[in-house]
Every structure is written in C-alpha cells, then in structure tokens.
Design a protein. Structure first.
Length: 372
C-alpha cells in the first residue's frame, strides 16, 4: 500500500513529505500521551479498553459545533460494546486483546495490558513528536470533522495543554455520478485505470484545481477529457514561449506582468482559491495570444513557471522542441507565400507541417513552430 501510495503521489506531482512515519513506529509516543491523559484526569480504564472521558474536556465539540448528544457514536463498525464505558461518546485510546479482539494480529505491550492503540491516538502522537504543538495547518476530509479530528483535538490538547493546530482546512468529497465512490456501483476508479484510458494523471490534478477545495466536485469522464484539453493548451502555450524569439523589452512591459502575479497571489491568499488562480493564468495566456508584443517571452515564461510552483502541472519539465531542418524550410517557404499573399499555397504548407506533428502559429515577430 505504501509503494502504491508513493507511486500515485509521484504521478500526480505531489511533493513527497520530508518524513513518512508509520503509526506502528510511534507506539511508544502513543503510550506516553495516554499516560499524560491519565495524569490529567481525562482517561479511564475498563476491563476491555482505555477510554477518553469526553465530559472532562471543555468545548469537546468546538470544531464540529455539534451538541454532545448529537455526536455520532460507534462511528466505526469495529467499535466494541463495552458496558463499562461511562458515556456513549467516550472513545478508545487503547484496546486490550480480549473478547472481540483476542486474536488481533497487531499488538504491543502496555501498562494496561497487551493490545493496540485506538483509531485517533496515532495522529496526536505523530504530529506532536514530528511537528510540535501547535503546528500551522491541519488538513483532512470533511468527514473527519465530527469524529476523528474532534477526538484528535481532545487528546492532543488534553495531553499538552495547548492548541493542536492554528488553522484547519477540510476538503470536500469527490463524487462520481453525483454519489460517493463505491466499488459495488462500479464508480471507484484508480489512477492506473485513468491512465489505461489514455489520460495523463496531471489532467486529473488539473481537474481538481478547477474546484475550490471546500466545494464538492463531481467526476465524469467528460470533465476529465475537458481537463486534459485545457492542460494540453497550457502546455502548448509553454511550447510557444519556448519557441518564440527573444528580444529586449522596455521596463514598463515588464511591469505589466506584475498585476497578474499579484492577482495570482491574492487568489491563493484568499482561502487557497485555485479556480481563481487558474483563471489568472488563462488571462495571461489570452493577453499574450492577443498581443505577442505584450512582453519578452522569456519574462512570461518565468511568470508561468512561478505559477506552476503552486499548480504543480509539470510545466517547467517541458523542453524546447527540436525542429528538423525540413520543417524550418517549410515554415520559411510558407512565410514567403504569406508575404506574397499566396494564401492557398501557405495553407497547403501549413497542413504539411501539421501532418508531421508540428504546429505553426503566426505572430508579429514571425512564425512560431511548436510540437503538437
């Protein structure tokens, strides 16, 4: 599973974390936190498990804003029915190897007997040991708000007496056919299945960027195809800039791009508004396609690369196309035909160029050739 996960994040151009910490390597840290919770009066033991007493933690539901009596109990099917629990909402910190879990495969010794951690304590242990507390941004899905993140806050703040994180960012659901992904409904797709259908994994990344992270996104093959086309156009734009002749430019033209840079940064600063940030990128492309003298292509290329340090669409990996000598000759001949107003012959030459995989685009500074 780890290898598959790492392969997928590589394909999606997601930066790998500096440290990847398995929960099983942090058992000692988890036990330390549980001991702290006992010392603070938040934990209690039954014959079957160790629990967090939610009645002892003030503002337990501050993240979800639920009333305690509305809070979902038995959020996982594996939760045991323990008659010794003080409150239905109390959650497990440590399970003992008895009853339903007598033959549990993974288990470790602890002060409360041989067993294994609950489903929330590992996050508190790993984040506190690797990042300290509080750390800046905690992310996760919206489905984690009411149970997992609520319990994580209670554990971490109960143990260390300080906030867990400064900001919380919760992503909405990815839907397929307006419903949650489900294998039974044949609406569960892997990245490998997308690739088998001929889609670039980065087209899926582009699709996700088109919707704000706090809004649901409905996956369809049509929307993915549209994202692939848009990504191809952005790549074509980079090819155009790479192929365009370099020239000196006046300072005022360099300054003209500063407004786009500011708009892009403002979009990201506004709750990571990636759809707006993408629209700024498209505005830049439209401005250049409308007026190729907007600025030096090299300056514009640097701006596009700076945008892509956030968007992560791999634009900086695009290399300048090597143009065969015969293609250059055809382009020069076509340009001569255009100057002599031989439009039919110029169009025929353009089609010849396209048949061998190159595109010619006319600009005020001359024809621009790019690989299709």
């Amino acid at each position: 599973y780890t290898r598959a996960f790492l392969a997928d994040i590589h394909a999606l151009n997601i930066k790998r974390a500096q440290r990847i910490i398995p929960a099983t390597s942090a058992i000692r840290d988890q036990i330390v936190i549980i001991k702290k919770l006992f010392a603070g009066g938040y934990a209690y033991e039954t014959p079957e498990a160790v629990y967090f007493d939610v009645s002892k933690f003030k503002n337990y539901t501050k993240l979800s804003r639920q009333r305690l009596e509305e809070k979902k109990t038995r959020a996982r099917a594996e939760v045991i029915e323990d008659p010794a629990k003080k409150h239905p909402q109390d959650f497990a910190l440590w399970f003992k190897r008895i009853g339903k879990f007598a033959n549990h495969t993974m288990h470790w010794p602890s002060p409360w007997g041989d067993g294994f951690p609950g489903w929330h304590i590992e996050c508190s242990a790993i984040s506190s040991s690797a990042l300290g507390q509080p750390f800046d941004i905690h992310t996760g899905g919206v489905d984690h708000i009411s149970v997992h993140h609520t319990n994580e806050i209670a554990q971490s703040e109960g143990a260390f007496k300080k906030p867990l994180a400064r900001f919380w960012m919760h992503g909405e659901f990815l839907l397929v056919a307006d419903s949650k992904m489900a294998k039974s409904a044949e609406t569960f797709f892997t990245l490998q299945e997308l690739e088998k259908k001929g889609f670039d994994p980065l087209s899926y990344r582009y699709l996700i960027l088109t919707t704000h992270y706090r809004s649901r996104i409905n996956f369809t093959w049509e929307s993915l195809a549209g994202a692939q086309q848009s990504l191809d156009r952005l790549r074509g734009f980079i090819h155009t800039l790479l192929a365009a002749p370099r020239r000196q430019e006046k300072k005022e033209k360099q300054n003209a791009l500063k407004k786009y840079k500011k708009e892009f940064e403002d979009a990201l600063a506004n709750d990571l508004d990636t759809p707006r940030a993408l629209s700024v990128f498209w505005s830049v492309m439209h401005a250049y396609n409308t007026n190729a003298d907007l600025c030096n292509p090299l300056t514009l290329l640097k701006l596009a690369y700076s945008f892509d340090t956030v968007l992560g669409l791999g634009l900086a990996d695009i290399k300048k196309a090597v143009l065969p000598a015969n293609i250059k000759k055809l382009a020069a001949r076509r340009e001569l035909c255009r100057q002599e107003r031989k439009w039919k012959e110029a169009d025929e030459i353009r089609l010849k160029i396209e048949k061998v995989g190159f595109r010619v685009r006319d600009s005020k500074s001359g024809p621009i050739l790019e690989k299709m």
